[in-house]
Design a protein around this ligand. Structure first.
Ligand SMILES: [Fe+2]
Length: 307
């Protein structure tokens, strides 16, 4: 199996503190059947050295050296998990924080919501040849409350990654239900561990694949940790994955089935929530009337908050 989103690099972000913890994480991954890992250290959030890319480069070289010396039987690749902020397009273009030298780039939205201008930002990245991979949308309150946003972004050509622990329920019932909803609507392409430690969010994909198989079937669940991540590592187009579906179209019964809380009514959240509204990407959603007005929550503000 291929784990495309992990924090195994020590002393850089909120991942392991040292080589020994990183080695222990590799052992767990290996025991669970993972043979290929992409390291995706945080950029613009949770970093210990103020995003000093010189330190990052040094850590990456050290990691490669130590793992080779220890004979760790895992194939390693490099990417990054880039926090979305006002300058994210320019930063990705300048530094190419992609998975290896491919077009695919992991983007992490602040967990409170999906900021105004997100669709525009994604479109800009795509116009420059990048393929955004949205990190764990099921853990984002905006996507959870307005799943049609993920449909909109996947329809544009983005990919989405769900975290293994979300599918197994370790991150709570609501997160599991949201992950299930996205799976059922063909909005998920990758399952990854997003491992940070040996305890808490450890490496391991197999239980999540079993959980996903109960929703989308065995072969599709397996493809999310094999065929799809391999295509990304090889910088190929994703295999035919079928049409994404808009969760709103069948939300009532799927939400009941998955035990999800019901969304606030249309009247409560306002007219801008209508599907197809050009401003539908705006605001940290899901808070009904308290939701910020379009334009009042900018990418810049999100950056300041997460900095
Ligand atoms: Fe992550």
């Amino acid at each position: 199996m291929i784990d495309l989103h992990t924090h195994l690099l020590w002393d850089w972000d909120d991942g392991p503190d040292d080589l020994y913890q990183a080695r222990a994480m590799c052992r767990l991954a290996e025991q669970d059947g993972t043979d290929t890992i992409c390291l995706t250290p945080h950029i613009f959030r949770m970093t210990r050295y103020k995003d000093d890319l010189g330190v990052l480069r040094q850590r990456m070289e050290e990691f490669g050296r130590e793992m080779r010396a220890a004979g760790v039987p895992i194939e390693f690749h490099w990417g990054a998990e880039v926090f979305v902020h006002a300058e994210v397009v320019r930063a990705v273009e300048k530094y190419r924080f992609t998975v290896d030298q491919t077009s695919y780039v992991f983007l992490e939205f602040a967990s409170e919501g999906v900021p105004a201008g997100a669709a525009n930002m994604l479109a800009q990245l795509m116009s420059k040849g990048f393929v955004p991979v949205i990190s764990h949308p099921e853990r984002n309150r905006g996507f959870a409350a307005r799943p049609e946003l993920l449909f909109e972004f996947v329809n544009m050509g983005c990919a989405a990654q769900v975290t293994a622990a979300s599918l197994t329920g370790e991150l709570g019932k609501e997160v599991r239900a949201t992950a299930g909803l996205f799976m059922m609507n063909n909005l998920v392409h990758i399952i990854a561990s997003d491992a940070h430690r040996t305890i808490g969010r450890p490496p391991g994909l197999s239980r999540a694949v079993q959980a996903a198989a109960r929703i989308v079937g065995e072969s599709k669940a397996r493809a999310m940790v094999t065929e799809i991540p391999r295509a990304i590592l090889d910088n190929k187009a994703l295999p035919d994955w079928g049409e994404p579906e808009n969760p709103l179209r069948r939300k009532a019964w799927t939400q009941r089935l998955l035990g999800m809380p019901r969304r606030p009514s249309r009247a409560a959240v306002g007219d801008r929530d209508r599907e197809g509204d050009p401003g539908s990407e705006a605001g940290p959603a899901g808070e009904g009337p308290k939701r910020a007005r379009p334009g009042s929550t900018t990418l810049l503000k999100i950056k300041k908050k997460g900095a």
